[in-house]
Design a protein around this ligand. Structure first.
Ligand SMILES: Cc1cc2nc3c(=O)[nH]c(=O)nc-3n(C[C@H](O)[C@H](O)[C@H](O)COP(=O)(O)O)c2cc1C
Length: 422
């Protein structure tokens, strides 16, 4: 059986699946139920300055009929008392000593960070996660993403936390920046043992077109919130990979953002995460989803002959290059499997109006014809085809040697003639 145990910045966990700091990690009884269900660790809902939340505070983004494909919130940090949270951290730690509890924190002054860090560690925290990511409510008060967007402030507050902490400090980064790398490097300079990313993306989830009020509605007003859930996975994957491939970085990463199943988790691990955190999918479907994640990950590891998680971490990073290093002479064309084609013509419409006009209806059959001499191998037909494995992209031997754009610019390497340009 593959070993699922893993470590992020010295925080050991029986498996890589952690609850992200959010409503599913809001109280001791919840986290205890989550550990019973199989979650490896939990990042406690952020503790900090007293706040009051608004009602309503969540918004759902239905994408082509899938409810909650994207999700948003205007919730702040915990609205429970510090005493209750600390008491429940201690109790949960006593009941589940092998499952790491990482306490998320957000404070204002050096003294208040120091006090909260001490109280959290005294309660039993195995690690701390500094919330430099909340993109609403807290940032207007100079916390959350206001810190995460300023590398110098990120570094300074991280160094305070590291100074006062006896357990590993992770920094949770905001995606609301143009380039994540300087922010990860700032956390490293501050002494963090790892980073977690992403927090939520600043957004407006929708507008009620009859009342003219954006969502979620608070009486007759709204505000920008934080976007998360399945829809944000590609953004999160990119940010995780950007840090994982940065040679000056080298810290462990806890990947977060749009993880809904074991496959998503594997992708995050292959791009550099040693643990993964989940919020929205647990909010939508409950703690038991972790069992399927564990089974799927174990099965995947067996299939690919991985016996430990660390053998998988960053395995896809060498295949992530700059655009200019891609092989310009590699060529694919689309092929339709006539036995599988249901003749829906969706690929014809997409290719004609959205791509390179190389898929054509044929007389006497509903199976379209691909003009390979015009096909640029863009993938659009495969993406829109409703039948699995009906359209495949097949590489063709065009007699050209591999050559990148950078080779071409520097050494004048020959590039294959362009197709589909009239
Ligand atoms: C309702 C809600 C509340 C959240 N509260 C916090 C929080 O208190 N602290 C924090 O660091 N992140 C918070 N987050 C962000 C999540 O921890 C996570 O980073 C984000 O939702 C992306 O993961 P997901 O796509 O799995 O939801 C919250 C997210 C949601 C949806």
């Amino acid at each position: 059986m593959p070993d699922l145990s893993t470590s992020t910045g010295g925080i050991h966990s029986p498996n890589p699946f952690w609850l992200a700091s959010a409503p599913p990690a809001n109280s001791g009884l919840q986290i205890q139920r989550a550990f019973e269900a199989g979650w490896g660790g939990a990042v406690w809902k952020t503790l900090g300055v007293p706040i009051q939340n608004v009602s309503s505070r969540f918004g759902g983004h239905t994408i082509r009929g899938v409810q909650g494909a994207g999700f948003s919130n205007i919730e702040l940090i915990t609205d429970r008392t510090l005493e209750a949270n600390l008491r429940e951290i201690a109790e949960t730690k006593r009941l589940f000593p092998k499952n790491p509890i990482i306490v998320s924190l957000m404070e204002e002054t050096e003294a208040s960070w120091r006090d909260l860090i001490k109280q959290s560690i005294d309660a039993g925290a195995d690690g701390l996660e500094l919330n430099f990511g909340c993109p609403h409510g807290m940032c207007e008060r100079g916390m959350g993403s206001a810190v995460g967007q300023e590398p110098a402030i990120n570094e300074r507050i991280t160094s305070w936390a590291v100074k006062y902490s006896t357990v590993p400090v992770l920094v949770k980064l905001t995606p609301n920046v143009s380039d994540i790398v300087p922010h990860g490097l700032a956390a490293k300079r501050g002494g963090a043992k790892g980073v977690s990313l992403i927090n939520t993306i600043k957004s407006i989830i929708g507008v009620d077109i009859d009342t003219f009020v954006p969502q979620p509605v608070v009486r007759n007003q709204s505000t920008n919130g934080g976007y998360c859930g399945a829809a944000v996975k590609p953004i999160a994957l990119h940010m995780v990979a950007a840090l994982a491939r940065e040679k000056d970085f080298g810290l462990p990463i806890s990947g977060i953002g749009g993880i809904t199943n074991w496959r998503d988790a594997v992708e995050f691990i292959l791009l550099g995460s040693s643990t993964v955190q989940v919020c929205t999918e647990v909010m939508l479907r409950g703690y038991p989803i972790v069992q399927d994640m564990i089974d799927g990950l174990q099965q995947y590891m067996r299939t690919h002959h991985f016996s430990r998680i660390d053998q998988m971490i960053g395995k896809a990073i060498p295949a992530y290059s700059e655009w200019g290093d891609l092989d310009m002479n590699y060529e694919t064309v689309a092929k339709i499997n006539a036995d599988k084609c249901i003749g829906c013509q969706v690929c014809v419409a997409a290719c004609h109006d959205g791509a390179h006009q190389c898929i054509h209806p044929q007389e006497g059959t509903r199976v379209p014809r691909i003009d390979e001499s015009e096909c640029v191998g863009c993938n659009l037909c495969q993406i829109v085809c409703p039948v699995p494995d009906c359209i495949s992209m097949v590489s063709v031997d065009n007699g050209q040697k591999p050559a990148s754009w950078n080779d071409h610019v520097t050494h004048g390497t020959q590039l294959r003639p362009k197709k589909g340009v009239h």
